[in-house]
Design a protein around this ligand. Structure first.
Ligand SMILES: Cc1ncc(C[n+]2csc(CCOP(=O)(O)OP(=O)(O)O)c2C)c(N)n1
Ligand code: SF4
Length: 309
C-alpha cells in the first residue's frame, strides 16, 4: 500500500534541472550520491550545503566540484552548529537589506551516519531544540565509510564491518525516533529507489519552519560488498523485505508511506552482500538470520496494527 501522491505522479514529473554535474571522485554506484542528486534537484539550487567530514566531502575538493550550489565543510561533530551560523548570517543579511529576500538560501546539512548518530548528535539535538530552520539529509551507509567501514551505531545487527569482523553485536540506533522525540516539524526515511516518495516528502516538508530530517539508506558497494550495478536492486529489496521502512512524522504524527503487502524474506536482501556472507558460509547460521527476520516482523506487526484501518 502506497499513500496517494500529492505533488509528483511519476519520476517524469521530477525537475529536469541537475544541481550536480556528472563526474565525481566517489565510488561507482554510490547510493549516497544518487540520493543527494535526487534530493537536491527537488529541493532546488538555492541551497547551501553544510557537510560533515565523510565520503561526500570528496565532492568539494578544491578547485574541482560537480556542485552548482555552495558548500561549507565542518568537522564530523558540528554540521548543525555550522548550519546555525549560516542561517543566522543569512537572516541578518536579509534583515539589514544586504540580501534580497528572493535570494534566501535553504540551509542543508549533509552528513553520514557516523556524524549523524554518533559524533554530531549533541550539536544537532541543540539545533532542533532551538527550532533552527534547516534541512538535514543523512545518508546512512551503516558505517564510517570514508575511513574504511568501521562500525557506527547505525551498523545493523550481525553485519560485518572493519571493527566487527564477526558481525555487529548491537541493534541499530533509531535516529528517526531520536529526532521525533525532540518534536521537530518533520522527520522522514527515504530511499533513492523510490524517487517519487522522496520528492513528495521534500514537498510536504517545504512549508514547515524548523528542523527537517531525511534519513536515506545509502547503498555502498565497497562497504557492503556488492557489484555497483546491483545498487538499486538492493535498495528495492531493503524496502520490499521491510528492513528499510518508508515513513514520515509530521509534527510528531507518524505514517508509513509504503506498507509492503507481502514482505520478502530478509535473506533475499542479506545474501547478496559480502557483509553478511558469514551468515551463509561456510555454513548457514539460521539463528542469526532469524534474529534479523524477527526484528523486522515485530516492527511491521506493530505498524500494521496501529496504521491499518
Ligand atoms: C573527530 C574525528 N574523528 C575521526 C575523523 C576521521 N574521519 C573522517 S571521515 C570519517 C568517517 C565518517 O563516517 P560517516 O559520518 O558515517 O560518513 P561516511 O564516511 O560513511 O560518508 C572519519 C572517521 C574525523 N574527521 N573527525
Ligand atoms: S565508500 Fe560507500 S558511501 Fe563512500 S563514496 Fe564509496 S560507495 Fe559512497
Amino acid at each position: 500500500m502506497k499513500v496517494a501522491r500529492e505533488h509528483y505522479r511519476s519520476v517524469k514529473d521530477l525537475p529536469a534541472d541537475e544541481i550536480i554535474a556528472p563526474g565525481s571522485p566517489l565510488c561507482a554506484g554510490c547510493g549516497a550520491l544518487t540520493t543527494l542528486r535526487l534530493f537536491h534537484k527537488v529541493l532546488g539550487g538555492n541551497a547551501v550545503v553544510v557537510n560533515a567530514a565523510g565520503c561526500m566531502t570528496l565532492m568539494a575538493t578544491y578547485p574541482f566540484t560537480p556542485l552548482r550550489s555552495s558548500w561549507l565543510y565542518t568537522t564530523m561533530a558540528s554540521p548543525s552548529a555550522g548550519a546555525q551560523g549560516l542561517r543566522d548570517a543569512l537572516d541578518i543579511l536579509m534583515e539589514s537589506g544586504r540580501l534580497p529576500k528572493d535570494e534566501n538560501l535553504n540551509v542543508l546539512v549533509l552528513a553520514g551516519d557516523g556524524s549523524t548518530l554518533d559524533m554530531g548528535l549533541s550539536s544537532t539535538s541543540g539545533a532542533i531544540h532551538r527550532g533552527l530552520d534547516f534541512w538535514y539529509l543523512c545518508y546512512d551507509n551503516e558505517a564510517y565509510g570514508n575511513t574504511g567501514f568501521q562500525a557506527s551505531s547505525a551498523s545493523p545487527l550481525n553485519s560485518h564491518t572493519a571493527t566487527s569482523p564477526l558481525g555487529t553485536p548491537w541493534v541499530k540506533k533509531d535516529i528517526f525516533e531520536i529526532w521525533r522525540s525532540h518534536r521537530p516539524p518533520y522527520v522522514a526515511t527515504i530511499s533513492a529507489h523510490d524517487a517519487v516518495d522522496l520528492a513528495e516528502k521534500v514537498e510536504r516538508a517545504r512549508p514547515l519552519r524548523g528542523a527537517k530530517l531525511f534519513v536515506a539508506l545509502a547503498t555502498c558497494p565497497p562497504g557492503w560488498g556488492f557489484e555497483p550495478a546491483m545498487g538499486d536492486d538492493l535498495a528495492k529489496l531493503a524496502v520490499e523485505t521491510g528492513i528499510w521502512p518508508l515513513k514520515e512524522a509530521v509534527e510528531g504524527s507518524i505514517r508509513h508511506t509504503f506498507i509492503p503487502e507481502r514482505r520478502r524474506p530478509v535473506e533475499a536482501y542479506l545474501e547478496p552482500q559480502r557483509r553478511y556472507r558469514h551468515l551463509f558460509q561456510p555454513e548457514r547460521r539460521p539463528e542469526a538470520i532469524a534474529a534479523i527476520q524477527e526484528a523486522v516482523d515485530r516492527y511491521w506487526d506493530a505498524t500494521i496494527a496501529s496504521e491499518r484501518p
